[in-house]
Design a protein around this ligand. Structure first.
Ligand code: UDP
Length: 369
């Protein structure tokens, strides 16, 4: 008998969808080409130090969605971590997202919140209808702060002129006229105690999972296994790159164990200058203050470098050309029977974790009603 669902990809979309269907009594098989669960959320304990490391970069869970928060808390407890990010520019450390401390330190002034608007207005170059990332950033914080904290970082991360990138990328980040330096505004935030991987293990309890198998190595056979496919991989790959390849950015990490208690005093330090080859350094020890057995005299750091790696897509670049190509792939999706497309790779959307969970729960609800 064919399965109800074959789920291609054991990341967040696939695992949440699988969990919902299994709970509703449907038969489900999950496959993933990687040898582990969790997609890019995967975490592991660094051998020797017991520090929980997010192998694909620091993941902070945050959401305003009560339903998503209640759902994810079925599978883990969260610690009370609140994300704060610092950035290094010309050898000095500033607070992010851009806030009153950043502005006052950068300009050597002592503005009050009510004075910020008038101070930045002439630096915004009269942009009211920003057409791209650069104009959006200048329209918010002015050219000087843009050039110091956004331009170099963005060029390194995306390897594109910021004028070719969509405004939405920087609209992700708040900026503030107060000293509030919280990276996220959301009501709920934290890091899963024990890391992300146990969430996936619990979600997929009782569900058949095959790891290290690539759907495309034997596509016809996999398709014959189930009435419906849930595909969470790159959308262009599913359609045989018929209209070309969508642009993705990837990252790689250089992991190092150091003989010191604390390398940088914070979990994520960004590097704003284009001359510094890495975009940021992660020090995962700082994500888990609740761990009582924090190893002394040793820490792990991960230097993050942006790159292109078609085998490991992370961020949709989403230029005009990409959006046109995506629209054509979406037309093909609509004409494809029996396949559900979901998640960052299949939808080509720069989603955060909570958005993927919300999407998978909504899609599962639609299937079940
Ligand atoms: N960004 C920046 N400077 C920074 C941090 C972020 O210019 O120090 C811009 C950059 O274009 C980046 C975007 O804001 O791609 C989104 O950053 P975020 O921290 O949300 O990226 P993620 O954590 O998803 O990699």
């Amino acid at each position: 008998m064919p399965l109800d669902y074959l789920i291609v990809g054991a990341g967040l979309f696939g695992s949440v969808f699988a969990q919902q269907m299994h709970e509703a009594g449907r038969s489900v098989l999950v496959i993933d080409r990687r040898p582990h669960l969790g997609g890019n959320c995967y975490s592991e304990d660094h051998p020797g130090t017991n520090i929980t490391v997010h192998r694909y970069g620091t993941h902070i869970f945050h959401t305003n969605n009560d339903h998503v928060w209640r759902y994810i808390n079925r599978f883990t407890e969260f610690n009370r971590y609140q994300h704060r990010v610092l950035t290094t520019h010309r050898d000095r450390v500033y607070s992010l997202p851009i806030n009153l401390a950043t502005i006052n330190q950068f300009y050597g002034v002592n503005l009050k919140p009510s004075e910020v608007e008038a101070f930045l207005a002439p630096r915004r170059e009269g942009i009211t209808q920003p057409r791209n990332l650069e104009e959006k950033a200048i329209s918010l914080v002015g050219r000087d702060l843009y050039e110091a904290f956004i331009k170099g970082y963005t060029i390194k991360q995306w390897d594109r002129d910021p004028r070719e990138l969509p405004a939405a990328i920087v609209a992700r980040l708040p900026w503030r006229t107060s000293y509030d330096d919280a990276y996220f505004d959301d009501r709920y935030q934290g890091i899963p105690v024990g890391g992300y991987t146990p969430i996936f293990e619990r979600m997929l309890e009782g569900i058949d999972v095959e790891l290290g198998v690539d759907f495309f190595d034997n596509r016809a056979a996999w398709e014959a296994r189930a009435r419906r496919i849930v595909y969470t991989g790159p959308i262009d790959r599913f359609h045989g790159y018929r209209f070309g390849r969508l642009a993705w950015r990837s990252v790689r990490f250089e992991v190092e164990q150091l003989d010191c208690d604390d390398f940088q005093g914070t979990s994520v330090m960004n590097y704003a200058d284009v001359e510094t080859p890495w975009t940021r350094i992660h020090e995962p020890k700082h994500l888990h203050r609740e761990k009582t057995h924090r190893p002394a005299g040793t820490t792990v750091i991960m230097r993050e470098y942006s790159q292109v790696d078609p085998e490991a897509p992370y961020y949709p670049v989403n230029t005009e050309a990409d959006r046109r190509m995506l629209a054509r792939y979406e037309e093909l999706n609509a004409a494809t029977q029996g396949v559900i497309f979901g998640g960052r790779l299949a939808e080509y959307k720069y989603y955060d974790m909570h958005q993927v969970i919300a999407g998978a729960l909504a899609r599962a609800r639609r299937e079940l009603t």
